[in-house]
Write a protein that binds this ligand. Structure first.
Ligand code: CDP
Ligand code: MG
Length: 737
């Protein structure tokens, strides 16, 4: 447009020159004398222009402008242009030149391992190539698994856009509690866990012609199980094509596992990345990130920044700090767009990270290791890597699972650095020392299967009729004691009988779908509170993001939160929030209500969706719902029935788990932080600075004998009064005094 405007101006100046003074007369007379050689129309046009110039200057200007605009501009509508540029982008991806060779290799081999640098187009292009090559004829589907929900959603959205179809029609995605597919869907992106569940309804995956196990290098628990199952069905379904796609890591191992399947390599284009280390370890890596971003912003040439942090809380804190400092610096610096990305971020916010950066501004994306390989953001030149990630870890001796912030592996660190060199030469700032990189980091990340509780996986495999778990074809088998412990726990829960067989399949199916929440039959049948438990399960599933606590309104937010506190514990508080909101929704004020009460509206909406789905599920397996009218004891007993192995007892030094005497702490955000009841059950353990119990509920020790007599002995539960510690009463008196 600038170029065009410049041209118009030039032309106008030229005309003015010609038309001014005598030359105007010359021009007219030449036009008239040349009448014989020029077409009549041209002469008429010249005279007309002169006429306008003399009498209507503004009109003349417009005419000239529109003439030139017309000349160079509109042959294409906006939509067509966008489409054209998308096709150009598709053709520019590193995978494009290999399209034919890749399709030929797929035709030739049943199982193919595909290796390619992140961003080369594996995830978005391969399914489209297969579709164009006829793999969906006869109503067959192409499935592509992703370890992360966000990746499945955003990639499906991108592909739908590339194919100019509505998301959910031909291209769709399926993640837990959210199915965005229809009968027309032929390209289906899904989390690896969802494909696992499809085995329950379609054990040979008969409706699929191709399964792509993407991001195989991530080695999530579900992906590892898929490897074993798919290798097995590929034997009796020779028509099924299996593609294992991975970043450039360890592809030989995949090939080896799949009986020496060939590896197809897509050469990447990677620009050099300069790596900088700190001289000394950073005490506060969050602060170090913020400072580094601002330093890059003021000292480095244009280019976007990608920061790797470990989770939502850190990311939000970092974004707030950055925004605040930018506000303070005001117009002294150019615009800095700060964008977070993590699993629980609402999808419209997620989409923002892909928007191109406006000229003159700089984009900073603050991400979890989602951005390591699953998502590619164009335009990143600088990467800031504090060297940490949040990892599940499992102690098979104590049976405790916790999320711990740990140093990431060298392989991860190298992937992160690689993100800086996709579009041009880049820089990676590692907020740790070169020594730490060499000596303190592991070479690669341990596969999840070796550091997690296997309860749900055992249930799933058993439901698929796989009873001999010891001989299941694992790529890396889990530790023996973890398997044994999972069997023991399931036995204790009543899901398996003494022969290790499934007991009540109906209920176990339910277990599976809800996975994190064992809704045993005891829960609903004996305690008659399935309505309430469904709500609690739904609220727990949105993962600690119900209460909103902005930094500048901490006091207000905490007061609002206190208003929801009811006796019994966090589960009951969550139930209370849900019920109160429902009461307001009737009056149609729910957004406003959430805002006033510092409740995250989106989380509530999600909880609502999850609950609807759970209800549908209960309906499908023909279980009638019943309610205890919010009464606390049946609910707490029901939670005890499902979670009895997560019991902690207050003793002299604080809380200890009952079975293994491990010291644990009540999370300061809990409604029971001050209360200190003698016995409690926790929903999960999270290790941050200490081993914190998150979402706790107060129980009586007698209930443990009632719900799990096979697990607890009387002796273990001695001193079983549920009275509070005297210390607490003393404190209350002080306050009164
Ligand atoms: O799977 P792989 O890492 O090989 O690449 P991809 O995810 O297929 O990405 C190919 C291209 O699509 C990259 O240039 C991405 O930036 C782009 N893309 C996008 O613009 N929006 C998305 N939601 C996903 C990918
Ligand atoms: Mg990919």
């Amino acid at each position: 447009r600038e170029e065009r405007e410049r041209r118009i101006k030039e032309e106008q100046e030229k005309y003015q020159l010609i038309l001014e003074e005598e030359e105007m007369i010359n021009f007219v007379s030449t036009a008239i004398t040349m009448k014989g050689t020029l077409s009549e129309n041209t002469v008429r046009y010249c005279v007309f222009i002169i006429f306008l110039y003399v009498f209507h200057t503004e009109c003349y200007n417009n005419l000239v402008s529109s003439y030139f605009l017309q000349e160079s501009e509109p042959q294409l509508s906006q939509a067509e242009k966008q489409k054209q540029s998308i096709q150009e982008v598709r053709r520019s991806l590193p995978i494009f030149p290999y399209r034919e060779d890749l399709l030929a290799a797929i035709r030739e081999h049943q199982i193919l391992v595909i290796e390619g640098e992140t961003g080369s187009g594996k995830t978005t292009q391969i399914p489209q190539y297969l579709l164009e090559d006829g793999y969906t004829e006869g109503g067959m589907k192409i499935g592509c698994t992703q370890p992360r929900r966000v990746a499945a959603m955003s990639v499906a959205a991108r592909v739908a856009q590339e194919m100019s179809v509505k998301l959910g029609n031909e291209v769709g995605y399926s993640i837990r509690f959210e199915d965005c597919t229809s009968e027309r869907t032929i390209l289906k992106y899904m989390t690896d866990g969802m494909l696992l569940r499809e085995f329950l309804t379609e054990p040979d995956l008969a409706s699929y012609s191709v399964i792509i196990i993407d991001e195989a290098h991530e080695r999530t628990l579900h992906t590892d199980i898929l490897f074993g199952l798919i290798k097995d069905i590929a034997r009796f379904r020779p028509d099924l094509k299996v593609l294992v796609a991975s970043a450039t890591l360890d592809t030989e191992r995949f090939s080896c596992f799949f009986d020496d399947a060939p590896v197809f390599r897509i050469p990447g284009r990677r620009f050099p990345v300069d790596i900088y280390y700190t001289k000394a370890p950073e005490a506060d890596y969050l602060e170090a990130c913020v400072v580094s971003v601002l330093q890059i912003h003021v000292t480095q040439p244009a280019g976007d920044v990608l920061v790797f942090l470990t989770g939502q809380e850190e990311i939000e804190a970092c974004c707030e700090l950055l925004q605040e400092r930018c506000r303070r610096l005001g117009s002294k610096i150019s615009e800095l767009l700060v964008l977070p990305i993590y699993a629980n971020l609402p999808s419209d916010m997620q989409a923002k990270i892909f928007n191109p950066t406006p000229p003159g501004a700089r984009k900073v994306v603050v991400a979890t290791n989602i951005a390591e390989t699953s998502l590619t953001i164009d335009g990143i030149i600088y990467v800031i890597d504090p060297g940490f990630c949040k990892q599940k870890s499992y102690n098979a001796r104590t049976g405790m699972e916790s999320l711990i912030v740990t140093p990431c592996s060298r392989a991860s660190a190298n992937q992160r650095a690689g993100r800086a060199g996709r579009v041009a030469a880049g820089k990676c700032f590692r907020l740790y020392t070169a020594w730490a990189f060499k000596h303190e980091m592991e070479e690669t990340t341990v596969p999840e299967i070796q550091r997690t509780n296997l309860g749900n996986v055992v249930l799933l495999l058993k439901s698929l009729g796989i009873n001999d778990l010891i001989h299941f074809d694992f790529m890396d088998p889990p530790p023996h004691e973890t398997l044994v412990l999972a069997l023991e726990q399931l036995y204790a829960l009543g899901a398996l009988n003494h022969l290790g067989e499934l007991t009540k399949l109906k209920w176990n199916f339910c277990y599976l779908l809800i996975t994190d929440y064992p809704l045993s039959d005891v829960v609903t049948v004996i305690y008659k509170c399935s309505e309430e438990i469904l709500t609690i399960a739904a609220m727990l599933s949105v993962n600690n993001s119900i209460f909103y606590r902005p930094k500048d309104k901490v006091v207000h937010a905490d007061n609002a939160r206190m208003n929801f506190v009811v006796p019994g514990g966090d589960h009951i508080v969550l139930l209370n929030v849900y019920t109160q909101r429902l009461a307001f929704k009737v009056n149609g004020y729910s957004t406003q209500w959430c805002f006033e009460n510092f409740i995250q509206f989106r989380s509530m909406k999600r909880a609502r969706d999850v609950r609807d789905q759970l209800e549908g599920l209960m309906d499908r397996i023909e279980v009638e719902l019943c309610s205890c009218n919010g009464e606390s004891v049946p609910i707490r007993k029901a939670v005890t029935a499902g979670y009895f192995y997560n019991t902690a007892r207050l003793s002299k030094g604080g809380y200890k788990t009952v079975k293994h005497q491990q010291t644990v702490y009540v999370h300061p955000n809990s409604s029971l932080f001050e209360e200190q009841p003698r016995w409690m059950i926790y929903h999960e353990l999270v290790f941050t600075t200490k081993e914190f119990m998150r979402q706790v509920i107060e129980i009586e020790s007698g209930w443990l004998l009632e719900v799990a007599p096979h697990y607890y002995k009387n002796k273990e539960l001695e001193d079983s009064s549920s009275k509070k510690m005297p210390r607490k009463q003393g404190k209350a008196r002080e306050e009164l005094g």
